[in-house]
Design a protein around this ligand. Structure first.
Ligand code: HEM
Length: 555
């Protein structure tokens, strides 16, 4: 291990030097799965040693340092620098034009598909993704080359306006139920779980055409005592179980969880896997028959994907359709839920922003009942609601968009100078930095301030306000270019619809104060919780939102 580390560092240092930019070293690869498990704890101890306190090891050798560091390293070192590690070189870029170029040049900077969330697997042939992400079949997130192109084309066709309309309607209904549950309680410490349920149920409706009524955590726990088998489990429970246990399935693989001697929880997950696969097969056969008979069906993602695959000369295979449905659910579940949780806590700490938001919701909907809210007419007018999502993603992007130089050296212009990046380097656009750099966001760049995304207009429009589109490359919350997030609009519609419902009828959210604590101090405590108790699990998230219970009060 030691020999491998030293030779790796020397090899990578030699490559890094050819770029001609500042270099920092860390002795343990950020892709080392064992280190990932202990890094924070180990470093909190090691930082006490005087000779390590100010070292690159203490500063950069833990998962999530980018978020804590924000733009500071770039300010100190420059817009381009290299972190040499024993496995790969990580090139950090903080120049919007250069970032834009990286995202546009998909073949020069492909996605390193061998990195998947926290399951960083080092494969011999680096290009081959770990098959565990393909639990239900090959998919857009792990595919490369022609296979990816075909899947991507069909996927984009499915994330269409008809589907967004479904997302809108479902999010409105679910958010109304969530609000009525939250406002029936003297305080809630389940906001994150409830928002996860909301996101999961929207996916179920827009993905598969199945609506579920919102269930609080109490209802959920009551229901989960029942014994599950593949034949007794309905698709609702199966989908819930799978999405809630994605990480477990990815980590252990379906072959392993098929073992009958495993604990009940794992047997239930396997039963869910079987039930869900059977369910997808049924829809597949049904939709194929509907297509052949010329019958029009619902525009949910699964049905659209089957239809598009039938219509295209080169469509997706059955396995690819199942694989993609799984990945859409996987990619669209916690991303939205975590962003929503951050937003609700930011709002609880910022009452003025809630008033500002409610003003827009009242202006757009007046007294119209939720049933009359119209996606096509109303969604584009909810710019402040959208600004809340952008502002949250700016500071707390759940997924970093990491690229790679693969097998060739590639030129990159940064600040007017051309650098040649060696092969096999990770190119981390350092989302924590470009999205907070005061040069692009002003001196208050570290503050959560959604109004920065709104620009006043002279005349025109119903409200004299426009959404301020960020400088290209300075905001990469949904990534950009060929391999950006196909669920961008889906997530925007879901978030905006739900947020509008929460603030439509005079309700405001605030932290529950502790004995002797003022409300101002409680708000500061919430901001502190966001800043100091967030971290990367699979995605970047608030680690213990339940530690700050919230209360909804009518104004
Ligand atoms: C706030 C919510 C969301 C955020 C911040 C987000 C962010 C991202 C980012 C940054 C990527 C690129 C990752 C990379 O380059 O490695 C990505 C890819 C992807 N996202 Fe999202 N996403 C969100 C919601 C969704 C939703 C709702 C869906 C589907 C329903 C979805 C489906 C996907 C898929 C399938 C990919 C892979 C695309 C490809 O490889 O071509 N995302 N997302």
């Amino acid at each position: 291990f030691v020999v491998q580390t030293i030779t790796g560092l020397l090899r990578n240092y030699a490559a890094a030097r050819t770029i001609g930019v500042p270099i920092r070293f860390i002795p343990i690869s950020p892709l080392n799965p064992f280190w990932v498990l202990v890094d924070r704890k180990a470093l909190s101890f090691l930082r006490r040693l005087p000779f390590l306190r100010n070292s690159s090891f203490a500063r950069y050798n833990w998962r999530g340092w980018e978020v804590a560091d924000r733009y500071r390293s770039h300010q100190e070192i420059g817009d381009l620098w290299v972190l040499v590690t024993p496995f790969k070189n990580w090139i950090y870029v903080n120049d919007p034009e250069a970032l834009n170029s990286i995202f546009r040049r998909g073949s020069d900077f492909p996605r390193p598909v061998f990195v998947n969330g926290m399951f960083h697997v080092r494969t011999k042939a680096a290009l081959k993704p770990p098959s565990i992400l393909e639990v239900f079949g090959p998919n857009i997130a792990t595919a490369t080359g022609e296979a990816w192109k075909t899947q991507r084309k069909i996927a984009l066709h499915c994330f269409n306006e008809q589907n967004n309309e479904i997302v809108w309607k479902e999010a409105l209904t679910l958010a109304r139920d969530v609000l009525s549950y939250w406002t029936s309680k003297p305080s809630i410490n389940t906001a994150a779980d409830d928002l996860r349920t909301l996101s999961l149920h929207v996916l179920s409706r827009a993905g598969f055409g199945k609506s579920f009524k919102f269930e609080s955590q109490e209802d959920h726990q009551r229901a989960s005592g029942d014994k599950a088998t593949a034949s007794s489990m309905n698709h609702k429970k199966a989908l819930e179980t799978i999405l809630e246990n994605c990480v477990l399935i990815l980590a252990l693989g379906t072959k392993f969880i098929a073992n009958p001697w495993l604990p009940k929880k794992l047997r239930d997950v396997y039963a869910a896997y079987l039930a869900f696969r059977t369910y997808m097969t049924e829809i597949y056969e049904e939709e194929k028959a509907a297509y052949a008979a010329g019958r029009v069906t619902d525009s949910n993602l699964m049905r659209s994907m089957i239809r598009a695959s039938q219509a295209e000369a080169v469509g997706m295979t059955e396995a690819e359709i199942y694989g993609n449905m799984f990945v859409f659910n996987f990619a669209g579940h916690d991303t939205v839920a975590h962003s929503f949780t951050f937003s609700i806590f930011f709002l609880a700490a910022n009452p003025a922003v809630q008033d500002w938001l409610a003003e827009e919701v009242t202006r757009v909907f007046g007294d119209r009942p939720i049933e009359a809210w119209d996606y096509r007419a109303d969604f584009p007018r909810l710019k402040r609601c959208l600004a809340v999502l952008y502002e949250t993603l700016r500071l707390y992007t759940p997924v970093p968009a990491i690229k790679w130089t693969a097998d060739k050296a590639v030129p990159l212009v940064v600040g007017g100078k051309t650098y040649v990046l060696p092969p096999d380097c990770m190119v981390a656009p350092s989302y924590g930095s470009v999205q907070t750099d005061p040069r692009f966001w002003g001196s208050d760049s570290l503050e959560w301030k959604p109004s920065r995304f709104i620009v006043k207009r002279n005349g025109g429009g119903d409200d004299g306000e426009d959404f301020r589109v960020p400088v290209r490359g300075a905001f990469i919350g949904w990534s950009d270019g060929a391999r950006d997030c196909p669920g961008r609009k889906f997530s925007q519609v879901e978030f905006v619809a739900a947020l509008a419902v929460l603030f439509r009828s005079g309700w405001r959210v605030e932290p529950v104060t502790k004995p002797g604590e003022t409300i101002e101090a409680a708000r500061r405590r919430v901001l502190d919780l966001i800043e100091n108790d967030s971290g990367s699990v699979l995605l970047l998230q608030m680690l213990h939102p339940e530690r700050a219970p919230l209360v909804w009060k009518r104004q």
